[in-house]
Design a protein around this ligand. Structure first.
Ligand SMILES: Cc1cc2nc3c(=O)[nH]c(=O)nc-3n(C[C@H](O)[C@H](O)[C@H](O)COP(=O)(O)OP(=O)(O)OC[C@H]3O[C@@H](n4cnc5c(N)ncnc54)[C@H](O)[C@@H]3O)c2cc1C
Length: 478
């Protein structure tokens, strides 16, 4: 049976009590790459996603921020998943955006998997240009970083660009359709059903039961809560992971140019002296734009860059890693409550502050922001005081970390540098999986960000491939 819904309403009756060999929840990189791996051997495969088809998802990119008409679901959900409106930076390293080696058990296999993911993106139209760290410049940068107690992590990167990502995803979807993969869109999966510890399929919000021999859950970050519910309800083995809380930093592009010309998305890792906390740069958008993200109950910030439109600024996330131990291990709950506090103090908008004002313990007023030499690329903000929005320890880590970074990138912590809060990267509970990516429930497989197994596009896709291979191993045991 072929199902491909393109309208906004799910086709309620088509799938009732239908049966598949494999059902995949989530059409993000993890789900799509898993399906690609499973295709061609005659399995009957269905991908279910609560979002829309790729050509129906839209965001008002002309104003470089999400328009109020596009729902958070449109941004995070649908074919292509959360990465579709992203800057599309492919980090070609198995230990950035996840820890692939944990699942491949072998360093070389992990690197080969990264190359394979990359080649599939290129086949579907990702730019041929790769940003390779230059040996001598990288050596120098590593030395400078080391001299101030920081580490520079060299990463080979490919940049799809937000304005090209949709085309690449669209080609990938067409490829899957040619391979007879079925899609059921605009349909939320509410539960899995399990008998004698064997997963037998899924239930959708319109109470349709879809049975499958194998079920793969790849619901991305937006599906994190749903995964938590599944963990509790079906006693799936899982553990809490850390969260990253911090700010989005915006500086004139000329400050970052000497570094971004060496690496488009430079990764610096710093341990702060005062708290010995891990702070890092993440997701740099050269000449990009800061954007607001909306979640259920709070807002957050992120960044984009475009091939066709450039700002005068460069932005990056500056994040403090937080892990919690007894009696509170629920890092997701903690990160949410911090984000909610920041949302409250910002009146539903990101709080914007100049680092000079933060250092002096005063609020950035609209007047101070107006006369600031660095012009904010996100206008929907509340000038304010980040120390009212975040715990003291995080604020101190941010100030200290940026001052260390300033010794590597002079000017990055000058008084006029803009900080937007909150920037939150909370990762779902990490499901415990075996080397086939199978969970503690038989025939239930997991991949991608929503199951805590990855944190970026390439690693999500790679875990999808591993789950696909895991299922294939059950079909054709070696
Ligand atoms: C604004 C933004 C910018 C980013 N920029 C980058 C970047 O430049 N480089 C990078 O590597 N990463 C980036 N990321 C992260 C990247 O997008 C994710 O790491 C990646 O998309 C994770 O892939 P995934 O397949 O695990 O999940 P997702 O891409 O989130 O896809 C999950 C899919 O599952 C669906 N789903 C969830 N729950 C259900 C349910 N119950 N029923 C049915 N469907 C469901 C969702 O609709 C969604 O389509 C960015 C993310 C955002 C939000």
């Amino acid at each position: 049976m072929f199902i491909s819904t393109t309208q906004s309403e799910p086709e309620m009756n088509v799938v009732e009590n239908s049966h598949y060999d494999v059902v995949i929840v989530g059409a993000g990189p993890a789900g799509l790459f898993a399906a690609h791996e499973l295709a061609d051997i005659g399995l009957n495969i269905l991908i279910v996603d609560m979002g829309k088809d790729i050509d129906q998802r839209s965001c008002n990119m002309s104003e470089m921020q999400y328009c109020k008409h596009c729902s958070p679901c449109d941004i995070m959900c649908g074919i292509g998943g959360a990465g579709t409106f992203s800057d599309g930076t492919l980090n070609l390293r198995p230990d950035i955006g996840g820890d692939l080696i944990e699942y491949t058990k072998n360093v070389q296999d992990a690197w080969e998997l990264i190359d394979y993911v990359d080649s599939l993106f290129v086949n579907c139209g990702a730019s041929n240009k790769v940003y390779m760290p230059n040996d001598s410049e990288t050596e120098q940068l590593k030395k400078t970083a080391a001299s101030v107690g920081a580490r520079f992590i060299e990463v080979k990167q490919r940049h799809i660009g937000s304005d090209n990502s949709q085309k690449v995803i669209s080609r990938f979807k067409k490829l899957l359709e040619q391979k007879r993969i079925n899609f059921l869109l605009n349909t939320e999966v509410t539960d899995i059903f399990v008998e004698n510890n064997i997963c037998k399929g899924i239930l959708t919000s319109n109470n349709n039961k879809i049975t499958a021999r194998y079920t793969l859950i790849a619901p991305g970050r937006i599906g994190g809560d749903w995964v938590n519910d599944l963990v509790e309800k079906h006693s799936i083995k899982a553990q809490y992971t850390g969260v990253d809380i911090g700010v989005r930093v915006e500086v004139p592009a000329i400050i970052m140019n000497p570094i971004t010309k060496i690496n488009r998305d430079p990764k610096f890792h710093i341990y702060t002296k005062k708290y010995d906390d891990f702070v890092r740069t993440f997701c740099t958008n050269e000449q990009g734009f800061v954007v607001k993200e909306e979640y259920e109950g709070f807002i957050a910030t992120n960044g984009h860059s475009f091939h066709s439109k450039k700002s005068e600024n460069t932005n990056f996330a500056f994040l403090v890693h937080i892990e919690l131990t007894e009696p509170i291990e629920n890092t997701i709950k903690y990160a949410r409550s911090v984000a909610k506090l920041a949302t409250t103090i910002g009146g539903g908008k990101p709080v914007l502050q100049r680092i000079g004002d933060l250092r002096r313990g005063r609020r950035s007023t609209a007047k101070r922001i107006d006369r600031n030499p660095v012009i904010n690329t996100l206008s929907e903000v509340t000038p304010g005081d980040i120390s009212m929005a975040m715990p003291h320890r995080i604020v101190m880590d941010i100030i200290e970390g940026l001052e260390s970074l300033n010794k590597i990138i002079p000017g990055v912590a000058s008084d006029s540098t803009l900080l937007y809060a909150p920037e939150v990267k909370f990762y779902s509970m990490k499901l415990c999986v075996n080397e086939q990516m199978e969970t503690s429930i038989d025939n239930l497989f997991a991949a991608g960000d929503g199951t805590g197994l990855s944190r970026d596009i390439v690693n999500a896709a790679a875990t999808g491939i591993l789950a696909g291979r895991g299922i294939l191993n059950y079909e054709n045991p070696v």
